[in-house]
Design a protein around this ligand. Structure first.
Ligand code: GTP
Length: 264
């Protein structure tokens, strides 16, 4: 496991891996598995949990938003529902993120990776001011990669697949950061069908032709738009439960960071 710039005289700065994805896609399980994998390679990561509403974390987090903000208290204090409580908790945490940056900086020479788990509902992070503040703070200081986790087993319909891809594409263009699509849950279904859809427009159209809904017309047009997005996208199939695909995952992370650094 070698991050970008490994082998140079001074230790390379840690690579921040920001794990995003729809609710239930497997973000937390993937962070747990990546953490275990890095430990087994004698390269313990620095792990940050940004989900204030998670009940139990299956990995030891170095920084846990729940230690700073109690989201149920935030709900009561501000008279909010669960989603408002989560957004406000993240906002409160973002105001202190400079302190988190200092902690990461202190770990510069000991951790090659910083793994960041984000709230269950993706839009809480991707379309909030606090998500933007946190992402920009990390990316302006450390090489950073966005990992979009897709539940492959729930993307077997061309329409749900396309919805996922549109979401991924919007995050790529919003963050403008190195980007990896992690097709998770490959223990349930192999991700080759999705890769084929991305590589061969006609095969995707054939799958779409089975659908007769109005939305399939929209999807047909959108898939042309997404062609360019697909051509530069780094894709890796993983199973967070089994721990498969992780070596390839880290190769893609290094490639993404290297390419980004060459470009900018
Ligand atoms: P929230 O933050 O709660 O929205 O979910 P998440 O994206 O963090 O997903 P989480 O890791 O909690 O996983 C959701 C469910 O998917 C759990 O039941 C996991 O056991 C299951 N899961 C995660 N990864 C895999 C995988 O690779 N294979 C299988 N079969 N199940 C998985």
């Amino acid at each position: 496991v070698a991050p970008a710039g490994a082998g140079s005289e001074s230790p390379a700065p840690p690579v921040c891996v920001l794990v995003l994805g729809m609710a239930g896609s497997g973000k937390t399980t993937l962070v747990q598995r990546l953490t275990a994998h890095l430990h087994s390679q004698n390269s313990p990561p620095y792990v940050i949990n940004l989900d204030p509403a998670v009940h139990e974390l299956p990995f030891p987090a170095n920084i846990d938003i729940r230690d700073t903000v109690k989201y149920k208290e935030v709900m009561k204090q501000y008279g909010l529902g669960p989603n408002g409580g989560i957004v406000t908790s993240l906002n409160l945490f973002a105001t202190r993120f400079d302190q988190v940056m200092k902690f990461i900086e202190k770990r510069q020479n000991t951790s090659q990776y910083v793994l960041i788990d984000t709230p269950g509902q993706i839009e809480v992070f991707t379309w909030s001011a606090s998500g933007t503040i946190i992402t920009e703070a990390l990316a302006s200081t450390f090489p950073s990669v966005v990992v979009y986790v897709m539940d492959t087993s729930r993307s077997t319909s061309p329409i749900t697949f396309m919805s996922n891809m549109l979401y991924a594409c919007s995050i790529l263009y919003k963050t403008k950061l190195p980007f990896i699509l992690a097709m998770n849950k490959t223990d349930i279904i192999d991700h080759s069908f999705a890769v084929e859809w991305m590589q061969d427009f006609e095969i995707f159209q054939d799958a779409l032709n089975q659908e007769t809904t109005y939305v399939s017309n929209l999807t047909r047009s959108m898939s042309l738009v997404l062609d360019e997005f697909y051509s530069s996208l780094k894709v890796v199939g993983v199973s967070a439960v089994l721990g498969t695909g992780l070596d390839e995952f880290f190769v893609k992370v290094s490639e993404a960071v290297d390419e980004y650094e060459r470009e900018y």
